[in-house]
Structures are given as C-alpha cells and as structure tokens.
Design a protein around this ligand. Structure first.
Ligand SMILES: Nc1nc2c(ncn2[C@@H]2O[C@H](COP(=O)(O)OP(=O)(O)OP(=O)(O)O)[C@@H](O)[C@H]2O)c(=O)[nH]1
Ligand SMILES: [Mg+2]
Length: 264
C-alpha cells in the first residue's frame, strides 16, 4: 500500500522533461552560458571562463523549474564533435543556436563606416566584409544552422538564436538585437532557395510558417517550406550574466506551448 501511494504520488508530481540542445560553432561561449545558467539558477559556483576547455563531447545540465525539468545538452562545436550533433536531434525539444554577437557588431560597424564613406566620397558600394574573420565566422555559423534546420528530425522544434558575448555597453550602443534578428530573418526567409534543399524538399509538405519571437512579426518563406517552427533572438553575455534569464524564459514559454514536447 505504501509503495502504491508513494508510486502514485511520484507519478502525480512528476515534471515534464524538456530537452534543449545547445549548439553552434566552437568558441562562441556555449559552455560558459551553461555554467552561467547553473550558477544563476542553482546557485552553484560556476567554473571561471579560463577553466572551461573546448568541449570534446557533451556537457549536461538538469534544471528543475516550477513546471518542468529543463535538460540541456551542450555539444562541442569543433568539426569532429559536430558529427555527433545529429544523434541528439530526435530527442531535442528545442535548439539554442549560439552565435558570437561580436561578429555581428564588427560587420555592422564596418557597413556603417562604408555607408558614410560612400556618401561622403560618393564611392561605389563594395563588399568590404568578405574575407574578414567576422564575415567568415558568420557564414560558417549560417551554413551549420541551415544544415541543422533542414534535418527532418528537428521539424517543429523551436529555435532560439542566442547572440552571446554581447556585453552591456555594446548592446546599448547599437541596436545589435535588431541587426542580428533582421539578418537571420532574411536568411531564414530564403532558406528554401538554397539548391542543397532539393533532397530535403522530398519530406512531407507542411504549413510554411516561420515565426519570430514577436508573434505579430511573421516571416513567411517566399517558396514552399516543409518547416514549421518558432524562432527568436536574445542577446546574452555569459560572462556578465545578461540575457540568461530571458533565454530560459523564452524556452519555458515554448515548452508550455508544446505541452507534452514534440510529437515523435
Ligand atoms: N567577452 C566574452 N567572452 C566570452 C563570453 N562567453 C564566453 N566567452 C569566451 O569565449 C571562449 C569560449 O567559450 P566556451 O564556452 O568554451 O565556447 P564553446 O562555444 O563552448 O566552445 P566549444 O566547446 O569548442 O564548442 C572563452 O574563452 C570565454 O572566455 C562572453 O559573454 N563575453
Ligand atoms: Mg563548449
């Protein structure tokens, strides 16, 4: 009888589990973010950034929240570890895609400088960013994200783009969040134009909705899409802790929207 009652109690009080896959290129600060979540929510001491080595496998964090347990998988972003990413897709309920906000900031200020130079000197528009470290890093990040989004196992999975390394002074001096958001909105709207898409276009057709985190702001793919997911952008600083609560809140809202996770 005792076992029956404790078993029933455990079943009634059992929390939903929501699996979050944290991925992105190497060095963008995924593991530092996870450490920051751990220290802010669980009040456990975080490893200092200089003690965090590049991830060669996975880091795991169980985060008990009011209505669910959020389970994070932070995977390494180096080419050899990236091969493991797909193994987690089936079990993932949401993806956190981490980018380096510093790259967007550098490219944004370069293009502004170029624009003012062009106006003054009436020069012709060039592409000064191509080949710079920031440009190449942003391109690699998009290439990896678009591959991930095309994987049918992640269909319907909410995607939170976290622009990390956005220190306070940087994010207020320019409208970095809207720069990042606009850039991804344009890329996501054209994702189906990619010729590499041909193979995955065979997947069963679904509604073609791609939503920004602001529900009123809807970016619709100009061509057919078999995807149906929500996405948003949040700026964070894993070192300063800014944006970390917002990111976890965003995920919680999506988790509640999905209720019992994605249908698999
Ligand atoms: N300025 C700044 N540096 C950061 C921030 N977050 C992380 N870093 C630095 O970025 C470097 C890489 O951080 P990691 O957390 O190891 O990056 P990662 O994305 O987990 O890298 P992999 O495990 O190789 O995929 C570290 O040297 C951190 O100090 C941030 O918010 N601001
Ligand atoms: Mg790491």
């Amino acid at each position: 009888m005792y076992h029956l009652i404790t078993g029933l109690y455990a079943e009634w009080t059992k929390k939903e589990r929501f699996n979050v896959l944290v991925v992105g290129p190497s060095g963008v600060g995924k593991s530092c973010l996870l450490e920051k979540i751990k220290s802010l929510y669980l009040k456990r001491p975080a490893l200092p950034p200089n003690r965090i080595a590049p991830t060669v496998g996975q880091n795991v964090l169980e985060l008990p929240l009011d209505k669910m347990t959020m389970h994070f998988w932070d995977l390494g972003g180096s080419p050899s570890v990236r091969r493991l990413w797909t193994k987690y897709y089936d079990e993932s309920d949401a993806v956190v895609w981490v980018v380096d906000a510093g790259h967007f900031l550098a490219l944004h200020s370069q293009s502004q400088q170029q624009r003012s130079g062009d106006v003054k000197g009436k020069g012709k528009a060039t592409e000064p960013d191509v080949g710079t470290e920031a440009y190449e890093a942003r391109e690699l990040s998009w290439k990896l994200l678009s591959e991930l989004l095309k994987n049918p196992s992640l269909e319907g999975c909410p995607i939170l783009i976290v622009a990390n390394k956005a220190n306070e002074n940087q994010s207020t001096s320019t409208d970095l969040a809207s720069t990042v958001k606009q850039w991804f909105a344009e890329k996501l709207a054209r994702i189906d134009d990619d010729p590499d898409e041909a193979a995955s276009a065979q997947a069963p057709a679904q509604t073609s909705n791609v939503f920004a985190d602001n529900e009123e702001e809807s970016y619709r793919s100009p061509t057919r899409s078999h995807r149906n997911y929500e996405w948003g952008v949040i700026l964070t600083s894993a070192l300063e802790g800014t944006g970390v609560y917002d990111a976890v809140d965003w995920l919680q809202i999506r988790a509640q929207g999905l209720k019992h996770g994605r249908s698999r």
